[in-house]
Design a protein around this ligand. Structure first.
Ligand SMILES: [Zn+2]
Length: 369
């Protein structure tokens, strides 16, 4: 074991006996009481020394037997300890890829805050490399989402879209000016390759379907399809239980979410039924909006807003892929120009929707009795 105090959190002494790790409240941890001699040991737990050497240094500093081991236990218990040998074989495989580790250094620092066990950062990187994500749409939002996911270490990112890249699709972080005129799917695939840290992981059959997508990001160039998603388009994902996350920009409003967990949270069918319940004119309006959008040449999509939506969408997707439930779960976040306050609406499953998310969960106690 080569213990290492996680470098992601800045250390500061609150008083003579109390150390605070971290600045911001979400991840800061307070450790105390710690005497000065023990405190000076913390600096030596930096991953360059094994436990034996650290114990010898503790003895040389005049600390009682067992004090070092106790400190390491306390640090580990507080989620503050990393171990350069932890994480299992998949983490070790990542350790052998220095080009990946250098690129993902800040991302690993971030993972180390969420995955608090030693080696959690590398395990997180290894898990991302094994994941397949599909992004639907390669416009200002979709292409940037795909690039960020690939850049953050997601092993396989596929972008589905038709037609050819137009000048209006070009965005920093997304498709570049040189891709104008190319097939959208090809240009987006090239963007994903360029964004990835190192080569993609090997799969058994490079042409084969591979694992089912862990997530579909629905980021259509036409924001209406994210704002009022078509249940028919989502039917396959709902049927196969594939989580999907909507994102887009529509008429100066950016939206992130909902993340749909089929059978558990509201789907496109639930959202549509709910809107019809609340506004009988909704179906009639929707038909007209869809037809207007098909005719329209240019959408109102602010570049700053589309970039923010893409970044937030990618962050929510990564949080989900890393095993958490981000705030977009069953919730749509919206920010409208020019104030850009993020506001959220909770989306409830509809009792008439065939996705059955509204069905009462089976009560295990009732089944047993
Ligand atoms: Zn539903």
């Amino acid at each position: 074991m080569y213990p290492k105090v996680k470098p992601a959190l800045a250390r500061a002494w609150r008083d003579l006996q109390t150390v605070q790790f971290g600045v911001t409240p979400a991840h800061a941890v307070v450790l105390g009481p710690v005497d000065t001699a023990t405190g000076s040991l913390i600096d030596r737990i930096d991953g360059t020394r094994g436990m034996e050497l650290l114990r010898a240094e503790a003895r040389a500093a005049g600390l009682a037997e067992g004090r070092l081991d106790e400190l390491v236990r306390r640090l580990a218990g507080a989620g503050l300890l990393d171990d350069l040998t932890a994480g299992g074989p998949r983490a070790q495989a990542v350790r052998r890829r220095p080009e990946v580790l250098e690129r993902l250094g800040p991302d690993m620092g971030s993972l180390s805050l969420v995955h608090r066990e030693p080696g959690g950062d590398l395990r997180g990187v290894a898990a991302r490399r094994a994941i397949r994500v599909q992004v639907r749409g390669s416009g200002r939002v979709g292409a940037a989402v795909a690039a960020v996911l690939a850049g953050a270490g997601v092993g396989r990112v596929e972008v589905l879209d038709g037609g050819r890249v137009t000048a209006a699709d070009v965005a920093p972080g997304g498709l570049g000016p040189a891709s104008v005129g190319r097939l959208r799917a090809e240009a987006a695939a090239a963007l994903v390759r360029e964004s990835a840290p190192g080569r993609p992981p090997r799969t058994g059959d490079p042409e084969g379907p591979g694992p089912a997508p862990a997530l579909v990001v629905v980021a259509p160039r036409d924001g209406l399809q994210a704002w009022a998603p078509d249940p028919a388009v989502a039917a396959d994902w709902v049927g196969s239980g594939t989580p999907h996350l909507y994102a887009g920009v529509l008429e100066g409003t950016g939206l992130v979410g909902p993340l749909v967990l089929p059978g558990a949270t509201a789907c496109a069918g639930c959202m549509e039924r709910d809107r019809v319940d609340r506004d009988p004119a909704w179906p009639r309006m929707l038909v007209q909006w869809r037809s207007a959008h098909r005719r329209r040449a240019t959408a109102a999509c602010d570049l700053g807003l589309s970039t923010a939506v893409a970044g937030l969408t990618a962050a929510h997707a990564l949080a989900f892929l890393d095993g958490e439930l981000p705030a977009s779960t069953a919730t749509r976040w919206e920010a409208a120009l020019p104030g850009l306050h993020w506001e959220h609406s909770a989306l409830r499953p509809h009792p008439d929707c065939p996705c059955a998310a509204a069905a009462p969960a089976v009560d295990a106690g009732a089944v047993r009795s």
